[in-house]
Design a protein around this ligand. Structure first.
Ligand code: NDP
Ligand code: X2W
Length: 344
C-alpha cells in the first residue's frame, strides 16, 4: 500500500485531504505536518476526527521522508522548495496551491508580482486537470492542482474553445464561492456578521485565477482566450457556482452545443452535463467530486449561458488532488471518491 503525507494538514484543504485519504482503499495516510500545531494530534485541532485518527503533526521533512506521495496545501509561494526535495527523492508531489499552475513565467509574474523562485523545476510540473491532461499526469513528478474557480470555469468552457464555437474574447465569468474558499485564517470579509445575509463581489479589477484560466483555455483553443471574471463571496460554507456568458460564432442550436458537451465529457467520470432545461446548482454537488454543467441560451439573442458548479473543497481542491493521485499511481480514477452528494 502506498504511503501518503500532507504538508499543511491543519488548513481547510489539508483537513479535507485527511478526511478523504483516510477512506481511500489503496493508500495509507502516514504522516501530516503543521507549524502552529506541531506535536499535537489532528483530532485535537478538528474534533470531527475524534476516535477516527489521532495522527500527530510533524515537521515537513518527516512527512517527505515517510511518504511516497506528498500533498502540499500551503499558502502561495511555499511549495517550490518542497518540490525541490521531493524531486531529489524521486517522489510525487501534488501541490494544491498556485506555485506550479501557470507555466509561462511572464504570465505568472503579471498575476503574482514575481518570477518563479526555483525556475528549473517548473519543467517537471503538469497542470492537474484530468479532463485534459491525463497522459502527462501519469508520468509527472509535480502535479499542480488547479484553482477552485479555475476548475469550474475551465470545465464550463473547454468543449466550446476546443471546437472553436465561440468568440474567445467575449466571455464573461460571474462566479460565487462559499467562505471555505478563503481558508481557515481569520479575516474581516469572512467574519460571520460581515458575510452572513449578504453577497459581495471582490477583486473586481483582477483576480489571480484569470492568468491560470486564460493560459489553460488558450492551450486548448485555436485562438487566444480572454475572459472577464468577477468572483463573489456567498454566505455558505462550500460550493462554487460560475455563470458564464459567451457569444456563439454561428448561433448553433442548443441541441448541437449540448451534444458537443456530452461527447467531450463522455469519458470523464466526474463531469456531468445536465439535460437541456435543467440548471446546475450547488446543493446537488456538495460533498462530492462532481462538477455539474448546464447549458442555456437567451432565446432572443445568440448568447450561450453555461452554469458550472462544484464543491470548492473537493473537485476544486482535495478531491481533484486525489483524482490526480489515482491517475498518477494507476489506480481507478474514482478510487476513494465515490461520494454521493446528499439530497439536502
Ligand atoms: N480553500 C479552498 O477552497 C481552496 C484552496 N486552495 C489552495 O490550497 C492552499 C491551502 O488553502 P486553505 O487550506 O484554504 O488555507 P488555510 O489558510 O486554511 O490553511 C493553510 C495551511 O498552511 C499552513 N501554513 C500557513 N503558513 C505556513 C508557513 N509559513 N509554513 C508552513 N505552513 C504554513 C497552515 O498550517 P499551520 O498554521 O498549522 O502551520 C495551514 O495548514 C492554498 O494555496 C489555497 O490557495 C486550492 C483550492 C481551493
Ligand atoms: C472565497 C475566496 O476567498 N476564495 C479564494 C479562492 C482561491 C483559493 O482559495 O485558492 P486557489 O487559488 O488555490 O483555488 C480567493 O478568491 O482567493
Amino acid at each position: 500500500m502506498k504511503k501518503v503525507g500532507i504538508i499543511g494538514s491543519t488548513g481547510y484543504v489539508g483537513v479535507e485531504l485527511v478526511r478523504l485519504l483516510l477512506n481511500h482503499p489503496e493508500v495509507k495516510l502516514e504522516a501530516i505536518s503543521s507549524q502552529s500545531f506541531k506535536n499535537q494530534s489532528i483530532d485535537s485541532v478538528y474534533m470531527n476526527l475524534k476516535g477516527i485518527t489521532s495522527l500527530v503533526c510533524e515537521d515537513e521533512d518527516s512527512v517527505i521522508n515517510k511518504s511516497d506521495v506528498i500533498f502540499t496545501a500551503l499558502p502561495h509561494g511555499l511549495s517550490e522548495k518542497i518540490a525541490l526535495k521531493t524531486l531529489e527523492q524521486n517522489k510525487l508531489v501534488i501541490d494544491l496551491g498556485a506555485d506550479f499552475r501557470i507555466t509561462d513565467e511572464n504570465i505568472y509574474e503579471e498575476w503574482y508580482g514575481k518570477k518563479f523562485d526555483v525556475a528549473d523545476i517548473h519543467d517537471f510540473a503538469t497542470y492537474g486537470l484530468p479532463e485534459i491532461n491525463k497522459d502527462t499526469i501519469k508520468t509527472s513528478k509535480i502535479i499542480a492542482n488547479p484553482g477552485c474557480y479555475a476548475t469550474s470555469i475551465e470545465l464550463g468552457l473547454l468543449p466550446l474553445v476546443a471546437s472553436n464555437l465561440i468568440s474567445t474574447k467575449d466571455i464573461i465569468c460571474d462566479s460565487k464561492s462559499g467562505a471555505t474558499g478563503a481558508g481557515r485564517g481569520l479575516s474581516l470579509s469572512t467574519h460571520f456578521t460581515e458575510c452572513n445575509e449578504s453577497l459581495s463581489a471582490y477583486k473586481i479589477d483582477g483576480h489571480r485565477h484569470i492568468g491560470e484560466i486564460e493560459e489553460v483555455l488558450t492551450s486548448q483553443s485555436r485562438d487566444t482566450v480572454e475572459i472577464c471574471f468577477t468572483p463573489h463571496l456567498l454566505p455558505i460554507n462550500r460550493g462554487i457556482l460560475s455563470t458564464i456568458y459567451t457569444k456563439l460564432n454561428n448561433n448553433e442550436d442548443l441541441e448541437i452545443i449540448h451534444s458537443v458537451y456530452k461527447i467531450y465529457y463522455e469519458n470523464c467520470p466526474f463531469v456531468k452535463v445536465l439535460d437541456l432545461g435543467e440548471s446546475a446548482n450547488i446543493k446537488n454537488i456538495k460533498y462530492s467530486n462532481y462538477c455539474h454543467i448546464s447549458i442555456h441560451k437567451d432565446f432572443r439573442k445568440d448568447r450561450l449561458i453555461i452554469i458550472s458548479c462544484l464543491d470548492n473543497m473537493i473537485k476544486g481542491a482535495a478531491g481533484q488532488a486525489i483524482q490526480n493521485m489515482n491517475i498518477a499511481l494507476g489506480f481507478e480514477e474514482t478510487a476513494g471518491l465515490n461520494l454521493i452528494p446528499p439530497a439536502f
